[in-house]
Structure formats: structure tokens, C-alpha cells
Design a protein around this ligand. Sequence first.
Ligand code: KIV
Ligand code: ZN
Length: 452
Amino acid sequence: MTDKNRIIIFDTTMRDGEQSPGASMSLEEKLQISRVFDELGVDVIEAGFPIASPGDFEAVTEISKTLKRSIPAGLARATKKDIDACHESLKHAKNFRIHTFISTSPLHMKHKLNKSPEEVLGAIKESVTYARKFTDNVEWSCEDGTRTDMDYMCKTVELAIECGAKTINIPDTVGYTVPSEFKKIIETLINKVPNIDKAILSTHCHNDLGLAVANSLAGVMAGARQIECTVNGIGERAGNAALEEVVMAMRTRHDLMPYTTNINTKLLSKASKVVSNATGFPVQFNKAVVGKNAFAHESGIHQDGMLKNRNTYEIMTPESVGVKKTSLVMGKHSGRHAFRDKLSDMGYVDVTDDIINTAFGKFKILADKKKHIYDEDIAALVDDSLVTEDNVIKLKSLKVYAGTGEPQKAEMTLEVFGEVKSASDTGDGPVDAIFKCIKKLYAHDVKLLLYN
Ligand code: KIV
Ligand code: ZN
């Protein structure tokens, strides 16, 4: 890689993302996701944790057989057994990455690993050296990196690079750091680790304080050149940095972050949907970049601005992330300008100002009462404003009989274009009986397809 500002996108949706409680995916779903990610331009796809379960092993195996452009990776603890499983499942790919990790914070070393800092150094040496037997593409992570003593972290990173790691990943495992602190950690590594130029620094930020994206970007601004992330930001607890957000932030604020990725951003929306369907995790409506409302404007002031010039309220286009177009949602905050525009979109081009004004007044009253205003509602309002006294069908009276033992029955009187007519009929239920009466009084071919 020659471009010094090119950022490697390492996706861990199928490994860390699958660690979200309830987000497990089937093999077929993982294969579908990996095909989309391959097309999306993800550089490295962490397909699973092969030692964790036979399902993970199989998924990494099958994914590594199918990827065309992306490089598959698997996760391994600092043990030979884990690394062997990783290699066994990845070996079908021409190029693959083994990602091995161990905790380096005092808290984790003491309570989780029950190892001294010296013992952890020994494990790093052994695991990275062993992984290098299978590939020269080895990544090493210091778990709980952001709560690790800085001098000790420098020692571990130097050792991992010495043993052959080509990527050094600094996880904010518990989502604890803030951008200024994370930036300093990356800068310190760059300034203090003598062999740091032999490896690429990577970020892996969790979102416990909602800072995963900001921390990842701070890491990149300090010199990291790989971001580990997941689509829709899924992952352990509050999740990981969202791939779509880091990518679009660097693209949209290229003036401040002049970095590039290999991501075809037009496929972001598709990737988000595939992941949401596979995991069963809905994407929150206001989710940045891929949420249903990310390109929807409701307020009259915003809609008016958008119709005059979309840059007024849009910092990126919906097309750039694969969403067809901006939607001006008609609701209680919408203004006359958007209402008129909506009518014209719906084909009402010759309506007079009077009709529009009347319909707009009725629309505002309706919008106060109804959560969702559909195109059909708007059409009904305008059509209503177009009718005159003698071109309508009016309901004069209706009685329905529903109960046990008796046939369900309706009696109806309609005024049809000025003529008053009555009918009665029975049906499978009162609604059916009403529909039969209408048909008797005004012959038509309308069929009820769905009654909900
Ligand atoms: O959050 C974390 O520390 C991890 C590592 C295994 C990279 O997911
Ligand atoms: Zn993680």
C-alpha cells in the first residue's frame, strides 16, 4: 500500500458483531453478508473466532473459500490450539490474516488471566511467532489497551512487531476512552516504539459511551491506518464503531480528514439491510447514514430549504450511500411549499391555488391527529376539495345487525349523484354485508383484497 492516507477497513461484523447478545447468524446468512462486504470493498473481513464453536469454524472456512477481493481473518487467543484452528479454517484463501490477542491491562492480567506482565510478554512472543509460521499477515491486539499502562504497552507492541506482527491493533475494549486520550495513545506509540514503522496501527473502539466513531477517527488523525468496525455498529454490549459512519465521516469531512478507503459507499445501505435482516436487529430510525430517517425532512422550514437548495440541510446525498432519494415526509410540521411539491409529484399538476389552500388546511388538521400521512390520505384531501355537491356519493344512513344465531345484515341508504337509494343484504359478517349493499346501490368492479 503506497498511499499514506489510505485507511484499511477491517470489518468484524461477523465476529465482534455476532457477540451482540441475540445476533447470531446462520452459515447461509454469513455467506450472504461476506458476498456483500466483498463487493462493498471491505479490505479485511474477520469472519469469526474459529476455536469458539464448530459453527464459527465452518463459517470461517466457507467464507475464506469464497472471497474474491477481501482478505479473510480469524481471531485467536494467544494459544497454539486457537492459532491452529484459525489457520485450518483460513488456509483455503490465497491470502489470509491471523488475528491473535491477549489482555495487557493490570486489571485483566491479574483478574482474568492470572498472569504477571512478564508472563504476558512471554505469551505474546510465543503466539505471534507461532502465527507467523502460517502467514506473514499477522495482527496482534492488546485487549483492554486503553486501560493499559503506556510504558508497558510500548514494550508489548515493540515485542509483537519484533516477532513479526504486521498490524498492531489498540482496542478500547470497554469503550472507556475519549478522543483526546486515544489520540495521545496512538501518538505515544508512534513516538516511542522504535520499530513502529514496520507495522500498521489499528483502532478497535467500542461504543459504551457513544464515542466509538469519534475515537476511531481521532486514532486515524494521530496516525492509525486501519479501523476495525461493524456494519450498523453492532457488537459486544453497546457495539463497535459503525463502518458506515467512519467511512462517510472521512468522505464528507475530507477537508479535515483527507483519508480514503476502498469502500463503494453506494452499497452502504444494502450492507446495512443485509446485516439487519441476518441478525434480526432493526436499524434505529435516526441511525446516522443508514437509518430510515437519515435523509428524511419533516419540518416546513427544512423542507422549504431543501426544495430551494438541498445543501441547506443535507451534508451528503442519499444517493452517495445507496438511498434512492431524499424524502420530504408529510407531517404536522410540513409547510405549503412541500405540500405543493408533493401534489405535483403525485400528478396533481393543474390544481388551482384555491384547491391547494383548502386541501392544505385539511391536511394540517389531519396531520395533528395522525402519525403517518400516506399519499392516499393526501389524494383523498385533494379529491375531496375537487368535488361539487352533485358529483358525489353520500352515505345517508346505515344500520348493521351482528350477533349470534342471526345472519349478519346491513341496511343502507346512499345518495348516488343526487338520487337517494336504499338496499339491504346479508353477508359473512357485517362488513361483508355493507360491501354487498354498496354494490347493489352503485355497481362497480372493486374487489376487497385485504381487510386488516
Ligand atoms: O474489544 C476487544 O478487545 C476485541 C479484541 C479481541 C480485539 O474485540
Ligand atoms: Zn471488540
